[in-house]
Each structure stands twice: as C-alpha cells, then as structure tokens.
Design a protein around this ligand. Structure first.
Ligand code: ZN
Ligand code: ZN
Length: 165
C-alpha cells in the first residue's frame, strides 16, 4: 500500500492499483477526478487530482507522436495517477533538450502520457485519451514557433514561442 497524500482523508494506492481513501476508520474507493485509456483498452488510468495546467503543445515531437498538428496535455501530480495494463515507453529528448519518457500502449500504439525532467513530480496526460473531454479548457499554447500555419489560436490565449522552462 502506497500513501499518496497526507491530509485528513489520506489517499492510498491499494493492492489492485485503485486509489482509496481512509476516513473515519472506513476504507472507501476515492472517486477519480477523471479517467481514460488507449484506443484498444489494454491500458487504463484514473487520476485523483485536479489538473495543475492544461496546455496545447505545437512542438515538432508532439506533432510526430500524435500524428497530428499538436497535442493537448493535462499536467497532474504523478502519484495521483494509477495505471492498469501494460504500456511501453520511449526515451525521447524534448525540443527543450531535456530528457523525457513517452508512455504508449504496446498493443495499439496510442500515446498516453509524458514524464519530463522539466516538470519533476508531474506527469502529462495526453488529453485525447480521456473518457470525458467535455471539461477540457487548455489555457496556454507552447512551441507556437512550429505551429502549423492554418491552426487558429483563440485571441487572448497565452502563448509561448518555445517551452515554458
Ligand atoms: Zn491500446
Ligand atoms: Zn510538445
């Protein structure tokens, strides 16, 4: 059992990988804030924390890995996510020059998450894998210097020509 928070209603990861809370001497399964998974369903995740940020990344690596014009990313504390199923990871070096690990499904190839030294203790979930995307509100754009010229960035959005760090 691994403890992932130390406030009054402590959260733990139980034997079968679910996030549970211990409160008033009772164990209950903590409701995930959001969940998702890969295309084939072999890899699933649940997150128990509010996102720290939501960003659209236009870097050339995100374009490759998503097979699209950009990736939509949710940053959360790494211990707040529990994973089920077998994934694989690819060791990449981001355009920032910092090493990062890209998690994907070894069966269907869906891109699931990224961990980078630029954001220690955090994990970046690929928002296209969410079960419910209705609440997504990306609030900034990264690496806009390589944004596709036909992508329209909403006026008033916070943009960074390169990464934030
Ligand atoms: Zn899969
Ligand atoms: Zn990127």
């Amino acid at each position: 059992m691994r403890q992932i928070s130390s406030n009054k209603s402590s959260l733990f990861v139980c034997r079968i990988g679910l996030i549970c809370s211990h409160f008033n001497n009772r164990w209950t399964r903590a409701m995930p804030k959001f969940s998702g998974g890969c295309l084939c369903g072999a890899v699933r995740y649940e997150c128990n924390a509010e996102p720290l940020g939501m960003a659209i990344c236009h870097c050339t690596h995100c374009q490759k890995v998503s097979g699209s014009a950009f990736s939509v990313n949710i940053v959360v504390p790494a211990p707040s996510v529990t994973w089920q199923g077998q994934s694989a990871s690819y060791a990449d070096t981001g355009e920032s020059g910092k090493p990062l690990s890209r998690k994907f499904c070894r069966n269907c190839g869906s891109s699931l998450a990224t961990e980078t030294e630029a954001l220690p203790g955090a994990i970046i979930i690929k928002a296209g894998t969410l079960d419910d995307k209705s609440w997504l509100k990306p609030n900034y754009h990264l690496w806009t210097r390589s944004a596709q010229p036909w992508v329209q960035i909403q006026s008033g959005a916070t943009t960074f020509p390169k990464g934030r760090t």
